[in-house]
Design a protein around this ligand. Structure first.
Ligand code: ZN
Length: 225
C-alpha cells in the first residue's frame, strides 16, 4: 500500500512486523505535525479518534485508537511504557501510554478489547510494538506498587517484580504489558527495548525531573484499505 507524501517509517529492527508509518521518537525528535495526542492522566481510558482534530480538549485518556485513513495518533512518555498496536492490514491503529498505574489498571488489555469489540479485529490479527521505557535495571518502586501488581496479576508477579540494590522492589512494566498482550491472545509482539533512565538519547522524568522533555510514540493508519 502506498504512503507517498507521508513521513517515512523509522526502522525499528528486523523483527518489526508493522508496515504502517510509525516511530518511537527519541530526545529531540518531533512526530509528524498532524499527530493527534490528548491529555494523559495515567488511567485506562481508550479514546476513539474520529478525525483531525478529533479529541475535544475536555477528553482525557491514555490510549488513542483510530480507523480513519491517514490519521496519526501518538502518546507522550518520559519513562512510562509506550505501545503501538496495528491491525495487520493497517486499517486500525492505536498508541498506548502505559505507566505503572495504567498497566495495573489493564490499559493494554482494554485497548485490545476495543480492537475486537468495536472494529472486529481479533487479537491474533494485531501486531504490537513496545518502545523504550524505564526498565527494571533502574525502576525501583515502593512496596505498595509491588503489592498492587501481586494483587492484580498474581500469575505474573514473579516474572515482573525483582529486587533493586537498595533492597526495595523493581517493576518490569514492559514485561507486564507483554504478558497482558499474550494473555489477551496477541502473538505478534516486538519489544524494541531501551531503558530511558540509563540509556542515551531518551527523556527520563525520574532522572531529570521537571527538566525532562517528552518523547512521542506515534503510528499512522493506512491510507488505503
Ligand atoms: Zn536502566
Amino acid at each position: 500500500m502506498g504512503h507517498s507524501g507521508l513521513p517515512p517509517a523509522r526502522p525499528l529492527g528486523r523483527n518489526d512486523p508493522v508496515s504502517e508509518p510509525h516511530a518511537f521518537c527519541r530526545r529531540g525528535e518531533s512526530p509528524p505535525a498532524d499527530t493527534v495526542t490528548t491529555h494523559q492522566v495515567h488511567g485506562s481510558a481508550v479514546l476513539y479518534v474520529a478525525g483531525t482534530p478529533p479529541v475535544p480538549a475536555a477528553e482525557q485518556g491514555d490510549a488513542l485508537i483510530t480507523d480513519q485513513p491517514g490519521v496519526a495518533v501518538g502518546v507522550r512518555t518520559a519513562d512510562c511504557q509506550p505501545l503501538l498496536l496495528s491491525a495487520r492490514n493497517g486499517a486500525v491503529v492505536a498508541a498506548v501510554h502505559a505507566g505503572w498505574r495504567g498497566t495495573v489498571e489493564g490499559i493494554t488489555t482494554a485497548t485490545v478489547d476495543v480492537f475486537r469489540r468495536r472494529f472486529g479485529v481479533q487479537p491474533e490479527e494485531i501486531d504490537a510494538l513496545l518502545g523504550p521505557s524505564i526498565r527494571p535495571c533502574c525502576y525501583e518502586v515502593g512496596p505498595e506498587v509491588a503489592d498492587q501488581v501481586r494483587t492484580r496479576f498474581p500469575r505474573f508477579a514473579d516474572r515482573v517484580i525483582g529486587t533493586f540494590r537498595s533492597g526495595r522492589p523493581t517493576l518490569d512494566v514492559a514485561t507486564l504489558n507483554r504478558l497482558q498482550l499474550e494473555a489477551a491472545g496477541v502473538r505478534s509482539i516486538h519489544d524494541q527495548g531501551g531503558c530511558t533512565h540509563c540509556g542515551t538519547g531518551y527523556e527520563s522524568y525520574r532522572r531529570d525531573g521537571d527538566a525532562a522533555g517528552r518523547m512521542v510514540a506515534w503510528i499512522r493508519c493506512a491510507t488505503t484499505p
